[in-house]
Design a binder for this molecule. Structure first.
Ligand code: NAD
Length: 441
């Protein structure tokens, strides 16, 4: 049965330009992945937009289209990309340096990748200490730098006849910044750009430029970026979606699956020690304590939000939670994440869980970039303005309305995403109540 309140969703006609900030391991793995899928030489594993189905109506109705059949999403053939990076390598060279994909997935598309050359970035080493960039814009004020980004966006759109654009931050993690006076309102933010205020990071200039140009912005790193009053105000004013922050891919994804299980069974938690070894450029950047602090904040909040220690002090009131990331070059992009989890059961008897996740960072992140690009474009066509909480599924530190606790549980996030799609298309919500299948009096 359908609901009469179907929202107006504009069709996904024409070309969708995906503007990527950062052309490193994640961005090139994503682009190369889509190019392979288009050629029939790869499967978009990990993408809900490409592979997942969605149940509509009752379990007995047998209405289970794919998400792509159900909601209007940009076609793979309609996607094209551009990027900014302070390192001048084109997408082919950058993919080779990242070392994520093997030759059979890179050589046949080498020309297409090589054609994606990064535009000069707005980059300042004060915000990413371990990187040195040569492909960098100059400008007397941060406002001038943002204006140059706006020109880049307009030029790319015109030269490539794009109908719509989305921007996804796939660049390095910046040093830790807290919301301050410069982020309190759009007016204060614009003044701070003119005054070269140090609390305006490069990522914020990209977000500002995107929104001013009518482009939705999703943030794949833990930087503050769009998570401020000023940028929320701009998004509202422009009627645009924003989402963030920090792709939820490896260890935190496991954490948001295992901790809801503990809570669902009312099992206690004494300690959770998480450590990683990682050898890619991201690992090198995160080796700087100030960048790690931004990541750490993003990773630590998860347990507290899920387990609610204030509500269950005897189970979760005294958790020792530690997260470490160690830069270890030999592993390159193939991260190893260990979790030691000290739990307790009936009468407080202790038990342990060990997880050793030998993952591939960018292989897990690439489908998230793709889904976010498609869903942010959908959100814009559906008139969904401001924070896209329904996309929390993709983020370690999901943005939520001010004062509202974020939702971290992966499966609640998944349900929220699908129910939002049902709501958009005027279909009934799935509550899992299921009384209709039984003859209760
Ligand atoms: N791979 C994952 O599983 C994962 C998960 C969560 C978050 N992330 C985040 O995604 C981001 C990308 O990860 P990656 O592995 O591709 O890293 P990477 O180091 O390979 O690529 C990042 C790129 O961003 C560029 N860059 C830095 N500052 C920039 C700026 N101001 N403007 C434009 N480009 C800039 C760098 O030069 C680099 O090429 C990182 O912030 C990382 O923390 C990744």
């Amino acid at each position: 049965m359908t609901d009469s309140q179907t929202r107006d969703v504009a069709p996904a006609e024409g070309r969708l330009g995906v503007l990527l900030v950062g052309l490193g391991a994640v961005a090139t793995t994503y682009i190369a992945g889509i190019l392979n899928v288009r050629r029939g030489t790869g499967t978009p594993v990990g993408s809900l937009a490409e592979l997942n189905t969605i149940r509509l109506g009752k379990r007995t109705d047998q209405r289970v289209p794919t998400i792509r059949e159900f909601v209007p999403l940009a076609a793979l053939d309609d996607l094209l990309w551009c990027a900014w990076d302070p390192i001048p390598d084109d997408a082919y060279e950058s993919a080779k340096v990242a070392g994520v994909l093997d030759s059979p997935h890179l050589e046949p598309i080498a020309d297409e990748l090589a054609a994606i050359k990064p535009m000069p970035a707005v980059f300042d080493q004060a915000y990413v200490k371990r990187l040195e960039g040569t492909n960098v814009k100059s400008g007397s004020t941060k406002r001038h730098l943002a204006e140059q980004l706006r020109e880049d966006i307009r030029r790319f759109k015109n030269e490539n006849a794009c109908d719509r654009l989305v921007m996804v931050w796939c660049a390095s993690t910046e040093v830790f910044l807290k919301p301050g006076p410069a982020h309190a309102s759009l007016e204060a933010f614009e003044r701070a750009m003119d005054e070269n205020d140090p609390t305006i990071a490069p990522s914020m200039l990209y977000a500002y430029a995107a929104l001013q140009e009518g482009v939705p912005f999703a943030n794949g790193a833990p930087n503050l970026t769009v998570d401020t009053d000023a940028i929320r105000e701009l998004a509202r004013q422009q009627g645009l979606p924003i989402a963030g922050k920090d792709f939820k891919t490896g260890q935190t994804m496991m954490k948001t699956v295992v901790s809801p299980m503990l809570k669902a069974r009312m099992l206690g938690l004494a300690g959770w020690y998480s450590t990683n070894i990682l050898g890619n450029r991201d690992g090198e950047v995160l080796d700087d304590p100030e960048a790690f602090k931004t990541k750490e904040e993003s990773k630590l909040g998860v347990l507290e939000h899920i387990l609610q220690p204030a509500m269950y002090p005897e189970l979760y009131g005294n958790i020792y939670h530690k997260v470490r990331i160690n830069y270890y070059p030999p592993r390159r992009d193939n991260k190893e994440g260990w979790d030691n989890i000290d739990i307790f059961g009936w009468l407080g008897y202790p038990m342990q869980i060990k997880i050793d996740f030998l993952c591939r960072d960018s292989i897990l992140a690439a489908p998230l970039v793709h889904d976010l690009a498609l869903f942010m474009d959908l959100a814009q066509r559906a008139g969904l303005t401001g924070i896209q909480e329904w996309l929390s599924f993709y983020f370690k530190s999901p943005m939520a309305a001010p004062g509202l606790p974020p939702e971290h549980d992966l499966f609640i996030q998944h349900t929220k995403l699908k129910n939002t799609l049902r709501w958009l298309m005027g279909e009934e919500q799935i509550t899992h109540l299921g009384v209709e299948y039984y003859d209760y009096q």
